[in-house]
Design a protein around this ligand. Structure first.
Ligand SMILES: [Zn+2]
Ligand SMILES: [Zn+2]
Length: 498
């Protein structure tokens, strides 16, 4: 009988290691690592060795063994130093892992060297800008911004950097923060204008929309010029119908209109802002976006629903909030687990708009363990376009660490997430959340730029409040002293809303 023993060569070990690595449990990953080590030892060609180390780096990253991940990725880069797509991801893995381990200067040096060796590569430039933000080396970022003013080619390159990662607002925010820190805000303004002009010449609508969004956010958050910002955001909604840029702009506008309506003491003025919000929602609801887009058109509607709910118009409130909750429940009950993280997030935000803060906090609690498993270490949720991470959990999550925190603070701070003592999400701005320090600054009025509004209510998501615990049978939800399992809880939300 032919035996599987005998001639187990490098290809065999690699294939087995790769297969095992797809099953993201700790024992499978450990077995995968062992096979990949065998593959390295038994391979003769450089490419086979490189490929095994590359796979090994990912396995160690999934295992949370960060030093080993860095060692394996470095070996791969040593064997084949060419700057190809996979090596760029390896360089990014090393950088982000170093940031996660607190090796910030090292992370900056890595990314700076990678960028110097590939100065026309937008991913390399983004990595450098991100590491520069984390290490306070703002002048490098400003240098890239300034070069966009020197030639069309450089403006086009900056546009590429802005578009290479999603969400793009993070990238443009790092750029604006760097310019603000050096007192050169106008450099950011002029650079974004240069990107827009260049994109217009090439009829590149996507890039034009992103440059305009960067400009609008700069006026809103840094110059704090509301009328200029509102006009820019309104133009984006009208000019780039049914795009991510239009939907993102609609959220910012919706929260600005909502806040202005709520804060005005003049009833006529309040009504003007509410009408603007209603018209915006009508316009956005008439657009058809691609499924899977984030953000979607539902967020602005849900915020209008929140307005109605707060003014006792419950039927209108329900009509405006229901689409967001309905979509989330469908995504949580389908067979596709890769959309669950966003679904919990959307369910939570919809419930928050309805005023049900407890159910919202429960739904948010489920984003934490999933998020822990989904992200690259310290990667702030940025993804190269078209390369979504789909990895599932590999950590043996115990009760007390089930909701260990990973998340991006929108206060623009460069703090490592491990230092966050709390994390609070805004109930009006979409997808805006703060660490303890930035939240305090928001309340004190000492933030370096404007994000959110101290008058907005916030919901603290972390530390966990014990609403959801992990037990032998799975996650349990604690409601008024009694425990229900997840299906029961979702059934209750379902009956309430659908
Ligand atoms: Zn912060
Ligand atoms: Zn806010």
């Amino acid at each position: 009988m032919a035996s599987l023993g005998g001639a187990k060569n490098s290809t065999w070990h690699f294939a087995l290691g790769s297969t095992l690595s797809q099953i993201k449990t700790r024992p499978h990953l450990l077995a995968a690592a062992a096979q990949l080590h065998h593959a390295v030892e038994s391979s003769e060609g450089l490419e086979a060795k490189w490929r095994s180390y590359q796979e090994l780096a990912d396995v160690y990253k999934d295992l949370g063994e960060y030093q080993d991940a860095i060692a394996a990725a470095s070996k791969a880069l040593e064997i084949i130093p060419a700057y190809n797509f996979y090596n760029k991801l390896l360089a990014q893995l090393i950088q982000n892992t170093n940031l996660q381990l607190g090796e910030r200067q090292e992370a900056f040096e890595n990314s700076f060297q990678a960028w110097e060796s590939a100065p026309r590569d937008p991913i390399a430039a983004f990595n450098m800008i991100f590491a520069a933000h984390r290490t306070g080396r703002y002048s490098e970022t400003v240098r890239i911004m300034k070069s966009a003013l020197e030639s069309k080619e450089e403006a086009r390159f900056l546009g590429g950097v802005i578009r290479v990662m999603t969400p793009q607002r993070y990238t443009t925010e790092y750029m604006s923060i760097a310019c603000a820190k050096l007192g050169e805000l106008d450099t950011a303004r002029d650079a974004f204008i240069a990107v827009r002009s260049q994109a217009a010449e090439l009829d590149d609508l996507g890039k034009m929309a992103e440059a305009e969004a960067a400009l609008a956010r700069l006026y809103h958050s840094f110059y704090q010029d509301d009328s200029a910002a509102i006009e820019l955001f309104e133009n984006i909604v009208k000019g780039y119908s049914a795009t991510v840029s239009a939907f993102s702009a609609s959220h910012v506008l919706a929260s600005v209109y909502f806040t202005n309506a709520k804060e005005s003491s003049n009833p006529v003025e309040t009504q003007t802002w509410v009408s603007k919000l209603e018209k915006l929602v009508d316009l956005v609801e008439s657009m058809s976006g691609d499924p899977g887009m984030f953000p979607t058109k539902d967020e602005a509607s849900a915020l209008l629903g929140k307005w109605y709910a707060q003014h006792g118009q419950m039927d209108q409130a329900r009509a405006k909030i229901q689409p967001m909750i309905k979509r989330a429940i469908l995504e949580l009950t389908d067979r596709d687990e890769s959309n669950d993280y966003e679904a919990y997030n959307n369910l939570a935000r919809g419930l928050l708009c309805s005023g049900d803060r407890i159910s919202a906090a429960i739904a948010f609690a489920f984003t934490k363990p999933l998020q822990k498993s989904k992200e690259l270490p310290g990667h702030e949720s940025c993804q190269p376009i078209g390369h979504e991470s789909t990895s599932e959990t590999a950590h043996e999550i115990s009760d007390d660490q089930a909701f260990n925190f990973i998340g991006r603070c929108d206060g623009g701070c460069a703090r490592p997430e491990q230092l966050f003592k709390s994390f609070s999400i805004c109930e009006v701005c979409v997808d805006v959340a703060f660490c303890d320090e930035c939240y305090r600054k928001l309340m004190d009025g000492t933030t370096e730029f404007r994000m959110c509004d101290p008058r907005h209510p916030h919901l603290e998501l972390y530390p966990p409040k014990g609403l959801v615990t992990r037990e032998a049978g799975g996650y349990m939800i604690h409601l008024d002293g009694k425990k229900v399992d997840f299906d029961e809880w979702l059934g209750m939300i379902n009956r309430q809303w659908l």
